[in-house]
Design a protein around this ligand. Structure first.
Ligand code: PXG
Ligand code: PLP
Length: 446
């Protein structure tokens, strides 16, 4: 371990980076050549060398209202001073009740019961558990099977990785939930490359659900979980009609439909939730990230009242044996309430619709850059997919990521796809700047 002779010296001078085991990170590579962010305001991070870095990713898809929002900081400070913690197991405090009602107001009609968690992973596991317990509650206890989708990301809990479909997140953990199937993913570059808006081809991939129903029997299937748009896998959009088809098939067979909206929630695709953008209402929506603008960890699971009501029958007593110490944490609730106020006052969900065509035109201008094989975008999300180079999958993508960072732009890379999701406060000039820097970086990659 590297230690400094002077313990007061700041981190960047001592390079004492050894002890933090970084998540989803090439630890040795990073620690040899760190990228450290020290502060943030609006659309920019400030790096440890003083550079202003344009945030093309809203942190990790979470800071939808931009960074350093005074209203959130103040709400959090006030709340921590007033009530730092209060239990929500057999006890209560006002904030999660208020927040649940606020969320119900912006959620699709009927999804007005809210279970709080601390992250997207916990939201996904909570949704799966609610689905299983619901089927038992309505005396459909043989419905135990869960269906996810290839390329899906539902966090890193054992439930989430079982229904998830990102191979690297699963392969070291082969003992997963039993009784899980996966629908095929909808990424189809051959047929849909450079689509504008939702891709035209692929609705038939939803019909695979009918095949699974035939194979297992509807009476054995509890729920289907999908991201309406996959973010982590590199911005994979639902083909036209696909989500509607999933809804029809699940409804027909008494299977619950869960939309994982951890990324798509809170305005990313132009409405509060993707369910509203695409006019398909699931039975359960999971969320996190943008709920508190990323400022305090928190997730929420929005549940159809019919599902909730099924639990509220029978003798009095605990209806669901599930919950987290920090479910409905007062400081997180305060952050979320302040965040929802900002979204509303600044009409940020609408903003991602207003800017959608400008954003799309900007991204599609990258079409002629070398090695660009697809561009996908909706709302204020974009994916620019590059062909892999001869050194292997992900190498070219990572070069572009590093070059962008050197040029003061933060993007995300997954494989050879550059994923973009700027805060919803982004200005047109900043979109231009982002596109220009990305174009330069793509040209420089080999
Ligand atoms: N579901 C979905 C759809 C997600 O996108 C999670 C669950 C898990 O959330 P937590 O809060 O447990 O991380 C996510 C998280 C990326 C990236 O760059 C995406 C996520 C997290 C980190 C990086 O693609 N999504
Ligand atoms: N592990 C132990 C030993 C605990 O006592 C608890 C909660 O009381 C947990 C794990 C779960 O922690 P959390 O409720 O924060 O998810």
């Amino acid at each position: 371990m590297m230690t400094s002779s002077n313990p007061q010296e700041p981190l960047r001078k001592t390079n004492r980076l050894d002890d933090f085991w970084m998540p989803f990170t090439a630890n040795r590579q990073f620690k040899a050549k760190p990228r450290l962010l020290e502060s943030a305001a609006g659309m920019y991070f400030t790096a440890d060398d003083g550079r202003q870095i344009l945030d093309g990713t809203a942190g990790l898809w979470c800071c939808n209202a931009g960074h350093g929002r005074r209203e959130i900081t103040e709400a959090v400070s006030r709340q921590i001073a007033k009530l730092d913690f209060a239990p929500t197991f057999q006890m209560g405090h006002p904030l999660p009740f208020e927040l649940a009602s606020r969320l119900a107001e912006i959620a699709p009609a009927g999804l007005n019961k809210v279970f709080f968690t601390n992250s997207g992973s916990e939201s996904a596991d909570t949704a799966l558990k609610i689905a299983l317990a619901y089927q038992r509650a309505i005396v459909q206890g043989t419905r135990t099977r869960l269906i996810g989708r290839e390329l899906g990301y539902h966090g890193v809990g054992f439930g989430g990785i079982s229904v998830g479909g990102m191979v690297n997140n699963r392969r070291a953990f082969p003992l997963q939930l039993p009784g899980v199937d996966h629908l095929p993913h909808t990424l189809d570059v051959a047929r849909n490359a450079f689509s504008r808006g939702l891709p035209e081809f692929g609705i038939e991939k939803a019909d695979e659900l009918e095949r699974l129903v035939t194979l297992h029997g509807a009476e054995n299937i509890a729920a289907v979980i999908v991201e309406p748009m996959s973010g982590s896998a590199g911005v994979v959009l639902p083909p036209v009609g696909y989500l509607q088809r999933l809804r029809e098939i699940t409804r027909k067979h008494g299977i619950l439909l869960i939309f994982d909206e951890v990324i798509t929630g809170f305005g990313r695709v132009g409405k509060a939730f993707a369910a509203q953008r695409w006019g398909v209402t699931p039975d359960i929506i999971t969320s996190a990230k943008g709920l508190t603008n990323g400022a305090i960890p928190m997730g929420a699971v929005l549940v159809d009242e019919k599902v909730y009501d099924a639990f509220m029958q029978g003798p009095d007593g605990i209806e669901l044996f599930h919950g987290y110490t920090y479910s409905g944490h007062p400081v997180a609730c305060a952050a979320a309430l302040a965040t929802l106020d900002i979204y509303q006052q600044e009409q940020l969900f609408e903003r991602s619709i207003e800017l959608e065509s400008y954003w799309q035109d900007g991204l599609h201008s990258l079409r002629d850059q070398p090695n660009v094989i697809d561009i996908r975008s909706i709302g204020l999300v974009g994916g620019v997919q590059l062909a892999p180079n001869s050194q292997g999958v992900g190498k070219r993508g990572f070069q572009v990521f590093e070059q962008c960072y050197q040029d003061d732009l933060l993007v995300r890379v997954t494989g050879d796809t550059i994923a973009l999701s700027p805060p919803l406060i982004v200005e047109k000039t900043q979109i231009d700047c982002l596109v220009e820097k990305l174009a330069d970086a793509i040209r420089q990659a080999n």
